[in-house]
Ligand binder design. Sequence first.
Ligand SMILES: [Zn+2]
Length: 420
Amino acid sequence: MTDLKLSAESIMTRADRLAEFSADEGQLTRAYLTPEHRAAHQQLAIWMTDAGLETWGDSVGNQWGRKVSPNPTQPTLVLGSHSDTVTNAGKYDGNLGVLLAIEALSLLRDVTLPFHVDVVAFADEEGTRFNTTLIGSSAVAGRYDRNWLSVADSDGVTIGQAMEQFGLSPEQAGMDARQPSDVQAYLEVHIEQGPVLEARNLPVGVVTGIAGAKRFQCQVKGMAGHAGTVPIHLRKDAMCGVAEMVLCIESYAEQRGIVATVGICDTVKGAINVIPGEVHFTIDIRSAKQALLEDSAHELMQKLADIAKQRHLALTSQTIYQATAVECNETLTQRWSNVVEKLTGHTPCLLPSGAGHDAMAMAHLAPIAMLFVRCDKGISHHPLENVIVDDVKVALDCLIEMIKTFDTPADSILAHHFKH
Ligand SMILES: [Zn+2]
C-alpha cells in the first residue's frame, strides 16, 4: 500500500476519533466555546505536533499549527477549515479539510519551503450555538465584530461570558488578526455538500466561487370567494397565480444558470372551500457571480409582476436577506485545475459552492481557492454524511501538489487579488 493510501486511511480514522468530541453521546454536535470544542482542539494540537508543526490557540479559540520555514522569503500560506459542527452533524463537513491539511504537512515534513505553512481549525463557522456564522475566520481576516460579544445563546450566556469561561479574554477578541502582507493565500478543502461530483463520477472538483444570495418575501393578493359558486374565468385566485410564478422561477433559474427556490408558501386564512385570496411565499436566489445574481433577481421580479398583472393580482415583495458572492482567485483556481488534471487524468470539474465557507471571510485577507471532495449522495449536515477513502487520497495528493506549486517565483497572485 502506498503512503498516500495509508495517510488517507489515517484521516478517516481521525475523523471518527474527532467525532467523539461531542455534546451528545451517539451523535455529533460540537458548538463554539464548549468543553467538546476544547477537547477536539487539544486532540488536533496533538496531531499537529505529531506532524512536526508548532501549535497555538488564538484570541477567539481557533487552533493553529505551523510548518516552520527556516528561511521564509514569501508570506505564509494558510490552509484550513472549521472544526465546529451543526446539531446532529456528519463527521466530514469542515473537519475533513482540517485533517487533510495536517496530514499533507506531515507528509511534507522533510520538504523545505521558502514560506511558513499554517493550518487553522476555525472554532465557529456554523453558528450553531450563537446563530452568528464565520466568527473564527472573520477574526483572523480582521473582520471581527465586537457586537458579537453580547450575542447570547439559548441559555442567555453571551459570547463574551462564554469566552471567559473558556479561558479567553473578550477584550483581545480579533486583536491578533493576520495582516494581508503576511498571508500569500488561503486554501480550503471541503466536502461538496451537493451531488454534482457524484453525478459526474469525479473524486474532486475545483471551486470557482462561493454563491451570493438574495431572499425575498412576497405577497400575492387576489379575491377570496366561494369555491362552489364563482366560475373559474371570473376568479382572482392568488394560489393559481403563485403556482404560475413558482414554475416561472424554476424555468428562469435553469435558463440563466442560477439556482432559485420557493421554500415557503402559505395561503393566508386558507380553507378547503375558499378560493385563495392571499398567498405569501419566499424566494431564495443564489449565484457565485454577483452581477448575474443582481440582474437575475431584478429580471425575475419583473416576470413575476407580469404574471400578477395578467391575472389581475397584486404582487408586493421585500428583500429580506442578501449575501455578496465571493469569487475564488483565478490564478489559484487554474493551478488547482492543472493539479487535478495531472493527478487524476480527468478534465477538472469547475463548480460554484452554493453553501457558505470560511473562505468567504478569508477572502478579505488573502486570495482564496477551494477544492471540493465528492460526498455520498451530496448529503451533509446529517449523520449520513460520508466520503470514501479513495477520494480522500486524491484530495490529499492534490493538496500536497498544490502546496508545492507555491515554491516557485510568485506569479503575482497578490497583485491580481488586490487589482479587484
Ligand atoms: Zn463546512
